[in-house]
Design a protein around this ligand. Structure first.
Ligand SMILES: [Zn+2]
Ligand SMILES: [Zn+2]
Length: 293
Protein backbone atom coordinates (compact mmCIF):
# COMPACT_ATOMS: atom_id res chain seq x y z
CA UNK A 1 0.00 0.00 0.00
CA UNK A 2 1.33 3.49 -0.72
CA UNK A 3 2.08 5.73 2.28
CA UNK A 4 2.62 9.51 2.47
CA UNK A 5 6.29 9.06 1.73
CA UNK A 6 6.49 5.77 -0.16
CA UNK A 7 5.05 4.74 -3.52
CA UNK A 8 4.72 1.23 -4.91
CA UNK A 9 7.58 -1.02 -6.02
CA UNK A 10 9.55 -0.29 -9.17
CA UNK A 11 13.32 -0.37 -9.52
CA UNK A 12 15.28 0.78 -12.57
CA UNK A 13 18.78 -0.18 -13.65
CA UNK A 14 20.19 2.52 -15.90
CA UNK A 15 23.24 1.49 -17.85
CA UNK A 16 24.81 2.71 -21.07
CA UNK A 17 21.60 4.08 -22.54
CA UNK A 18 19.61 1.02 -21.52
CA UNK A 19 16.91 0.79 -18.84
CA UNK A 20 15.91 -2.41 -17.07
CA UNK A 21 12.78 -1.92 -14.98
CA UNK A 22 12.04 -4.45 -12.27
CA UNK A 23 8.33 -4.47 -11.37
CA UNK A 24 6.01 -1.64 -12.21
CA UNK A 25 3.74 -0.59 -9.34
CA UNK A 26 0.99 1.97 -9.77
CA UNK A 27 2.39 5.43 -10.45
CA UNK A 28 5.63 4.10 -11.93
CA UNK A 29 5.17 6.26 -15.02
CA UNK A 30 5.31 9.46 -12.94
CA UNK A 31 8.54 8.43 -11.21
CA UNK A 32 9.90 7.25 -14.52
CA UNK A 33 9.40 10.69 -16.05
CA UNK A 34 10.49 12.54 -12.89
CA UNK A 35 13.80 10.71 -12.85
CA UNK A 36 14.42 11.30 -16.56
CA UNK A 37 14.75 7.63 -17.49
CA UNK A 38 13.82 8.31 -21.11
CA UNK A 39 10.71 6.99 -22.83
CA UNK A 40 12.40 5.76 -26.02
CA UNK A 41 15.42 3.93 -24.64
CA UNK A 42 16.36 0.31 -25.19
CA UNK A 43 14.26 -1.19 -22.41
CA UNK A 44 13.33 -4.36 -20.63
CA UNK A 45 10.66 -4.85 -17.97
CA UNK A 46 11.00 -7.78 -15.56
CA UNK A 47 7.85 -8.62 -13.59
CA UNK A 48 8.28 -10.72 -10.45
CA UNK A 49 4.64 -11.77 -9.94
CA UNK A 50 1.06 -10.79 -10.62
CA UNK A 51 0.10 -8.92 -7.46
CA UNK A 52 -1.32 -5.50 -8.27
CA UNK A 53 1.35 -3.55 -6.37
CA UNK A 54 3.94 -4.93 -8.84
CA UNK A 55 2.08 -4.62 -12.16
CA UNK A 56 -0.65 -1.97 -11.97
CA UNK A 57 1.67 0.69 -13.32
CA UNK A 58 2.43 -1.09 -16.55
CA UNK A 59 -0.53 0.08 -18.60
CA UNK A 60 0.06 3.74 -17.72
CA UNK A 61 3.74 3.47 -18.53
CA UNK A 62 3.06 1.87 -21.92
CA UNK A 63 0.51 4.58 -22.73
CA UNK A 64 2.85 7.40 -21.75
CA UNK A 65 5.55 5.88 -23.94
CA UNK A 66 3.10 5.71 -26.79
CA UNK A 67 2.03 9.35 -26.27
CA UNK A 68 5.67 10.32 -26.60
CA UNK A 69 5.87 8.34 -29.87
CA UNK A 70 8.13 5.57 -28.68
CA UNK A 71 9.31 3.47 -31.62
CA UNK A 72 11.66 0.96 -30.05
CA UNK A 73 10.39 -2.51 -29.21
CA UNK A 74 9.84 -3.01 -25.50
CA UNK A 75 10.56 -6.43 -24.01
CA UNK A 76 8.55 -7.66 -21.03
CA UNK A 77 9.56 -10.77 -19.09
CA UNK A 78 6.75 -12.01 -16.82
CA UNK A 79 4.55 -14.95 -15.86
CA UNK A 80 2.45 -15.84 -18.95
CA UNK A 81 -0.92 -14.61 -17.66
CA UNK A 82 0.30 -11.02 -17.60
CA UNK A 83 0.15 -10.97 -21.35
CA UNK A 84 -3.52 -12.04 -21.42
CA UNK A 85 -4.35 -9.30 -18.94
CA UNK A 86 -2.51 -6.62 -20.92
CA UNK A 87 -3.97 -7.75 -24.22
CA UNK A 88 -7.59 -7.84 -23.04
CA UNK A 89 -7.30 -4.54 -21.13
CA UNK A 90 -5.83 -2.83 -24.16
CA UNK A 91 -8.68 -4.17 -26.29
CA UNK A 92 -11.38 -2.99 -23.87
CA UNK A 93 -9.80 0.46 -23.57
CA UNK A 94 -9.01 0.70 -27.30
CA UNK A 95 -5.36 1.30 -26.63
CA UNK A 96 -3.06 1.14 -29.62
CA UNK A 97 0.69 1.48 -29.10
CA UNK A 98 3.23 3.20 -31.34
CA UNK A 99 5.75 0.39 -30.70
CA UNK A 100 5.98 -3.37 -30.54
CA UNK A 101 5.84 -5.22 -27.24
CA UNK A 102 7.75 -8.47 -27.13
CA UNK A 103 6.63 -10.89 -24.44
CA UNK A 104 8.95 -13.45 -22.91
CA UNK A 105 7.45 -15.97 -20.49
CA UNK A 106 9.69 -16.28 -17.44
CA UNK A 107 11.35 -19.65 -16.67
CA UNK A 108 14.18 -20.88 -14.45
CA UNK A 109 17.70 -20.12 -15.67
CA UNK A 110 18.70 -17.72 -18.41
CA UNK A 111 15.55 -16.00 -19.69
CA UNK A 112 17.11 -13.50 -22.02
CA UNK A 113 20.47 -12.82 -23.67
CA UNK A 114 21.58 -9.39 -24.85
CA UNK A 115 24.78 -8.44 -26.66
CA UNK A 116 26.65 -7.74 -23.40
CA UNK A 117 24.28 -8.87 -20.64
CA UNK A 118 21.85 -11.56 -19.67
CA UNK A 119 18.87 -12.03 -17.39
CA UNK A 120 18.50 -15.00 -15.07
CA UNK A 121 15.43 -16.02 -13.11
CA UNK A 122 14.77 -18.34 -10.18
CA UNK A 123 11.61 -19.35 -8.35
CA UNK A 124 10.73 -17.24 -5.35
CA UNK A 125 8.46 -18.43 -2.52
CA UNK A 126 5.32 -16.29 -2.29
CA UNK A 127 1.54 -16.76 -2.10
CA UNK A 128 1.40 -17.28 -5.89
CA UNK A 129 3.86 -17.97 -8.72
CA UNK A 130 6.73 -15.54 -8.15
CA UNK A 131 10.22 -15.02 -9.54
CA UNK A 132 13.50 -13.40 -8.57
CA UNK A 133 15.84 -11.95 -11.18
CA UNK A 134 19.51 -11.24 -11.75
CA UNK A 135 20.73 -8.74 -14.30
CA UNK A 136 24.30 -9.63 -15.21
CA UNK A 137 26.83 -8.03 -17.53
CA UNK A 138 28.97 -10.44 -19.49
CA UNK A 139 32.68 -10.36 -18.62
CA UNK A 140 34.64 -7.71 -20.51
CA UNK A 141 38.01 -8.21 -22.17
CA UNK A 142 41.03 -7.17 -20.10
CA UNK A 143 42.77 -3.79 -20.45
CA UNK A 144 44.95 -3.46 -23.55
CA UNK A 145 48.67 -2.94 -22.87
CA UNK A 146 50.22 -0.87 -25.70
CA UNK A 147 53.80 -1.31 -24.39
CA UNK A 148 53.45 -5.03 -24.62
CA UNK A 149 52.09 -4.77 -28.15
CA UNK A 150 55.01 -2.54 -29.20
CA UNK A 151 57.55 -4.85 -27.60
CA UNK A 152 56.08 -7.76 -29.56
CA UNK A 153 56.49 -5.74 -32.76
CA UNK A 154 52.78 -5.47 -33.56
CA UNK A 155 52.18 -2.31 -35.61
CA UNK A 156 49.72 0.22 -34.17
CA UNK A 157 46.32 0.56 -35.89
CA UNK A 158 43.94 -2.10 -37.18
CA UNK A 159 45.93 -4.99 -35.68
CA UNK A 160 45.71 -3.41 -32.22
CA UNK A 161 41.96 -2.94 -32.39
CA UNK A 162 41.49 -6.53 -33.58
CA UNK A 163 43.40 -7.77 -30.53
CA UNK A 164 41.35 -5.48 -28.29
CA UNK A 165 38.22 -7.09 -29.68
CA UNK A 166 39.56 -10.51 -28.78
CA UNK A 167 40.70 -11.65 -32.24
CA UNK A 168 43.91 -13.50 -33.04
CA UNK A 169 46.06 -11.68 -35.64
CA UNK A 170 49.05 -12.46 -37.85
CA UNK A 171 52.03 -10.13 -38.35
CA UNK A 172 54.68 -11.19 -40.88
CA UNK A 173 53.68 -14.80 -40.54
CA UNK A 174 53.66 -14.76 -36.71
CA UNK A 175 50.44 -15.34 -34.80
CA UNK A 176 49.47 -13.21 -31.78
CA UNK A 177 46.70 -14.08 -29.35
CA UNK A 178 44.75 -11.36 -27.43
CA UNK A 179 45.92 -12.84 -24.13
CA UNK A 180 49.48 -11.67 -25.01
CA UNK A 181 48.47 -7.99 -24.87
CA UNK A 182 45.33 -7.90 -22.70
CA UNK A 183 45.15 -7.98 -18.91
CA UNK A 184 42.89 -10.47 -17.14
CA UNK A 185 39.21 -10.56 -18.17
CA UNK A 186 37.11 -8.18 -16.04
CA UNK A 187 33.95 -9.58 -14.49
CA UNK A 188 30.69 -7.78 -15.26
CA UNK A 189 28.39 -6.41 -12.58
CA UNK A 190 25.48 -8.44 -11.22
CA UNK A 191 22.36 -7.01 -9.63
CA UNK A 192 19.76 -9.21 -7.93
CA UNK A 193 16.10 -8.42 -7.28
CA UNK A 194 13.97 -10.64 -5.06
CA UNK A 195 10.39 -9.55 -5.73
CA UNK A 196 8.07 -10.74 -2.93
CA UNK A 197 9.31 -13.87 -1.23
CA UNK A 198 10.19 -15.84 1.88
CA UNK A 199 13.94 -16.43 2.16
CA UNK A 200 15.00 -19.81 0.74
CA UNK A 201 18.02 -22.00 0.01
CA UNK A 202 17.29 -21.55 -3.71
CA UNK A 203 17.67 -17.79 -3.37
CA UNK A 204 20.85 -18.03 -1.28
CA UNK A 205 22.43 -20.01 -4.13
CA UNK A 206 20.88 -17.85 -6.85
CA UNK A 207 22.13 -14.55 -5.43
CA UNK A 208 25.59 -15.84 -4.43
CA UNK A 209 28.17 -13.05 -4.72
CA UNK A 210 26.03 -10.42 -6.50
CA UNK A 211 27.31 -6.84 -6.39
CA UNK A 212 23.97 -5.46 -5.28
CA UNK A 213 20.99 -7.32 -3.87
CA UNK A 214 17.62 -5.57 -3.70
CA UNK A 215 15.56 -7.69 -1.34
CA UNK A 216 12.05 -7.32 0.01
CA UNK A 217 11.79 -6.50 3.68
CA UNK A 218 8.10 -6.17 4.34
CA UNK A 219 8.17 -6.70 8.11
CA UNK A 220 10.17 -5.98 11.26
CA UNK A 221 11.16 -8.87 13.52
CA UNK A 222 8.29 -8.25 15.94
CA UNK A 223 5.91 -9.07 13.06
CA UNK A 224 7.74 -12.17 11.89
CA UNK A 225 4.55 -14.29 12.26
CA UNK A 226 2.93 -12.14 9.61
CA UNK A 227 5.95 -12.52 7.36
CA UNK A 228 5.54 -16.30 7.49
CA UNK A 229 1.78 -16.15 7.05
CA UNK A 230 1.80 -13.72 4.11
CA UNK A 231 4.91 -15.22 2.51
CA UNK A 232 7.15 -12.19 2.89
CA UNK A 233 10.52 -11.59 4.56
CA UNK A 234 11.60 -9.60 7.59
CA UNK A 235 14.53 -7.18 7.42
CA UNK A 236 16.61 -9.60 9.48
CA UNK A 237 15.80 -12.49 7.15
CA UNK A 238 16.85 -10.39 4.15
CA UNK A 239 20.12 -9.55 5.90
CA UNK A 240 20.76 -13.19 6.85
CA UNK A 241 20.25 -14.23 3.25
CA UNK A 242 22.59 -11.46 2.03
CA UNK A 243 25.27 -12.60 4.48
CA UNK A 244 24.91 -16.27 3.53
CA UNK A 245 24.96 -15.49 -0.18
CA UNK A 246 28.06 -13.33 0.27
CA UNK A 247 26.61 -10.36 -1.62
CA UNK A 248 28.49 -7.05 -1.66
CA UNK A 249 25.67 -4.73 -0.72
CA UNK A 250 22.03 -5.08 0.33
CA UNK A 251 19.14 -2.71 -0.31
CA UNK A 252 15.94 -3.29 1.65
CA UNK A 253 12.66 -2.39 -0.02
CA UNK A 254 8.89 -3.21 -0.08
CA UNK A 255 8.20 -2.03 3.49
CA UNK A 256 4.73 -2.58 4.93
CA UNK A 257 2.59 0.56 5.24
CA UNK A 258 2.31 -0.23 8.98
CA UNK A 259 5.80 1.29 9.47
CA UNK A 260 5.86 5.03 9.03
CA UNK A 261 9.66 5.08 9.20
CA UNK A 262 12.07 2.37 8.16
CA UNK A 263 14.94 3.12 10.63
CA UNK A 264 14.01 0.26 12.95
CA UNK A 265 14.02 -2.29 10.11
CA UNK A 266 17.33 -0.97 8.82
CA UNK A 267 18.83 -1.10 12.31
CA UNK A 268 17.80 -4.75 12.74
CA UNK A 269 19.24 -5.70 9.37
CA UNK A 270 22.56 -3.89 9.89
CA UNK A 271 23.25 -5.91 13.02
CA UNK A 272 23.35 -8.96 10.74
CA UNK A 273 24.76 -7.46 7.53
CA UNK A 274 26.40 -4.06 7.92
CA UNK A 275 26.47 -2.98 4.27
CA UNK A 276 22.71 -2.49 4.13
CA UNK A 277 20.72 0.49 2.87
CA UNK A 278 16.98 1.13 3.20
CA UNK A 279 15.45 2.22 -0.10
CA UNK A 280 13.37 5.37 -0.27
CA UNK A 281 11.58 6.83 -3.28
CA UNK A 282 14.12 8.20 -5.73
CA UNK A 283 17.15 6.60 -4.07
CA UNK A 284 19.97 6.29 -6.62
CA UNK A 285 23.00 4.05 -6.10
CA UNK A 286 26.06 3.51 -8.23
CA UNK A 287 27.27 -0.02 -8.80
CA UNK A 288 30.98 0.39 -9.50
CA UNK A 289 32.61 -1.55 -12.33
CA UNK A 290 35.27 -4.10 -11.71
CA UNK A 291 35.12 -3.97 -7.95
CA UNK A 292 37.61 -6.80 -7.74
CA UNK A 293 35.55 -9.95 -7.52
ZN1 LIG B 1 3.08 -10.09 -3.63
ZN1 LIG C 1 4.22 -6.80 -3.10
Amino acid sequence: MPTRSRSLPSVAIRREGQVVLMDCGEGAQSSFVRHGLGLNREMLVLISHLHGDHVNGLLGLLQTMSMSQRVRTLTIVAPGELFDWLKSTMEVLHIGLTFEVRFVAVKSGIVLRGSDFRIRAARATHSLEAWSYIFEELPRPGVFDPKNAQALGIPEGRKWSSLQRGRTITVKGRKFHPSQVLGPERPGRRIGYSGDTRPSRTLVRFFAGVDLLIFESTFASRDSDRAVERKHSTAVEAAELAREAGVKRLVLTHFSARYRRTDALLGEARKVFSDTVAAHDGLTLDVPQFSGR
